[in-house]
Design a protein around this ligand. Sequence first.
Ligand SMILES: NC(=O)c1ccc[n+]([C@@H]2O[C@H](COP(=O)([O-])OP(=O)(O)OC[C@H]3O[C@@H](n4cnc5c(N)ncnc54)[C@H](OP(=O)(O)O)[C@@H]3O)[C@@H](O)[C@H]2O)c1
Length: 267
Amino acid sequence: MIKPVALITGASSGLGKATAEHLARTGWRVFGTSRRFRETASGNIEMLQLDVCEDDSIANCVDTVIERAGTIDVLVNNAGFVLNGFVEECTLAQARSVMETNFFGVVRMTNAVLPHMRTRRNGRIINISSLAGLIGSPYRAFYSASKYALEGYTQALNAEVRGFGIYVSMIEPGFFKTGIVQAAVNAGQPIEDYNHQRAYVDAYFGQGVRHGSEPARLARLVERICRSSRPRLRYRIGPDSVWLPRLQTLLPKRLFTLGVRWYFKLD
Ligand SMILES: NC(=O)c1ccc[n+]([C@@H]2O[C@H](COP(=O)([O-])OP(=O)(O)OC[C@H]3O[C@@H](n4cnc5c(N)ncnc54)[C@H](OP(=O)(O)O)[C@@H]3O)[C@@H](O)[C@H]2O)c1
C-alpha cells in the first residue's frame, strides 16, 4: 500500500520531532528536516538537511522528496525560533532574522511545494503559529510580529487555493514542553532599565514551557487535520491559547492592556 507523504520542517526537536514520529507511527511516509543533519534516517523518518532561509536548500529538499516519494501530500511548516528581548533591546538585524525564519521561511517552503499540490489538485499545508500570533507578547514583540504575519498570510492563502483542492490550516499553540527556550536568541543590545522586568519575564516564559502541554498532543492534532476531509483554518491548542484570546475579546481593550502590564510586572 502506498503511504501518504508528509514533509515536516524543524523535525530535529520539540513539536516537529513529536509530529514526525507520530505520523510515521500512524501510516505516513515522513520526511523531516534540520539545518544540521545531512540525509540521515532516524527511525522511520527520512531526515533531510534544510535551512528555510536559503532558497537552494529549500529547492534541494523539496526536489529530493519529490524524487524519492513522487509527491508531497502534507507540508507542516513548523521550523521557528524565539527572539527574547524588549523592543529597543533587539537589533534590526535580529528582528529581520526572526521574520526571515518564522514568516519568510514559511513563504519560501510554501512557494516550493504549492506547484506540486496545485497540479495534483490536492494537498494540505499546516502552519505552526502561536498564541503570540493572537496577543502581542511583551519581551517577544518580533516573535509575535512574525506569527501575526503568518496568521494573515495563512488566512489569505487558504482562501486562494481552496479551489485547487488544497487546504491551509494553522495551529495556535500555547505553552508546550520543548527546547524552544534553550534555542531562543537573546537581544543584542540589553538596556539596564529593563533588567528587573527581564528577570521576571524570562522566568515566566521558562516556567510556562517547562509546565507546558506535551508535544504528543499537538502531534495528534496534526494527524487529525491531515485526515480530515475539510480541515478548519484555525486550531487552538493548550489551555492558555484558548482562554487568553477569549479574555482579549471579552474585556474592554484598556482593561486587557492593564492586565497584560500587571501580569508581566511591567510597571
Ligand atoms: N514550544 C512552545 O511553547 C511553542 C508555542 C507556540 C508556538 N510554537 C512554535 O512551534 C514551532 C516549533 O517550536 P518548538 O517549540 O518545537 O521549538 P524547538 O524545539 O526549538 O524546535 C525548533 C525547530 O525549528 C528548526 N529550525 C529553527 N530555525 C530553522 C531554520 N532557519 N531552518 C530550518 N529549521 C529551523 C530547528 O531545527 P535545527 O536547529 O535542527 O535546524 C528545530 O527542529 C515554532 O514555529 C514555534 O514558534 C512553540
